[in-house]
Design a protein. Structure first.
Length: 156
C-alpha cells in the first residue's frame, strides 16, 4: 500500500478510511490504524478461545490473532476460507479482522459525519464511533479499540 496522507484531526480536512464490507454493511477503518490487508489465510485453531477468535495466523514471523467479525457482531457465519483480513494493532498486539471483502481507501469530509443513529444495529453501535452518509449508503466508522475490548465487555 502507498503511504497514506496523515490527516488525523477534523481541522486538517478529509479523513481517510480503508473501506470493507461485512454482510452487506459498508464500514471504514481509519487508514492509519491499518497495518496490512491479507488475502484468505490458513488459520490455526486456538483451543478454549472465545467464539470471536477464529484462530491464529503467522504473518512474517509474528503470531496474529484472527477475529471473526461476523461472530463479534452477531451475524451469521460465512465461508472463512474466502475471508479477507485487515490487520490492525491493539495494545501492542496485531489482530486480523476477518471480513467479506476490502474496498478502497476513501477520503471523506467531516460534513458527512454523524454520531451513531439510533436505528443502527446495536452490535454495530457498540463498536462504531459514528457514520458517514455517502451517496445513499451508510459507512460505519469502526472503533478498533472498542471492537477488540470484547473480553472486557463480556466480563462486565
Amino acid at each position: 500500500m502507498s503511504e497514506p496522507k496523515t490527516t488525523t484531526s477534523s481541522d486538517d480536512g478529509p479523513r481517510e478510511f480503508v473501506t470493507a464490507s461485512l454482510a452487506g454493511q459498508l464500514f471504514g477503518v481509519p487508514v492509519l490504524s491499518v497495518h496490512d490487508i491479507l488475502s484468505p489465510h490458513a488459520l490455526t485453531n486456538v483451543p478454549l478461545a472465545p467464539p470471536e477468535v477464529a484462530g491464529a495466523l503467522n504473518l512474517r514471523g509474528r503470531i496474529v490473532t484472527a477475529i471473526d467479525l461476523r461472530a463479534r457482531l452477531g451475524l451469521p457465519p460465512a465461508d472463512r476460507e474466502k475471508s479477507m483480513s485487515i490487520v490492525v494493532e491493539h495494545r501492542g498486539e496485531p489482530y486480523s479482522l476477518l471480513i467479506d471483502e476490502v474496498g478502497e481507501v476513501l477520503s471523506v469530509g467531516d460534513d458527512a459525519f454523524e454520531r451513531n443513529p439510533p436505528t443502527l444495529d446495536v452490535h454495530w453501535r457498540e463498536v462504531a464511533s459514528g457514520v458517514f452518509r455517502l451517496d445513499g449508503q451508510l459507512m460505519v466508522v469502526l472503533d478498533v479499540d472498542r471492537l477488540l475490548d470484547f473480553g472486557q465487555a463480556r466480563a462486565a
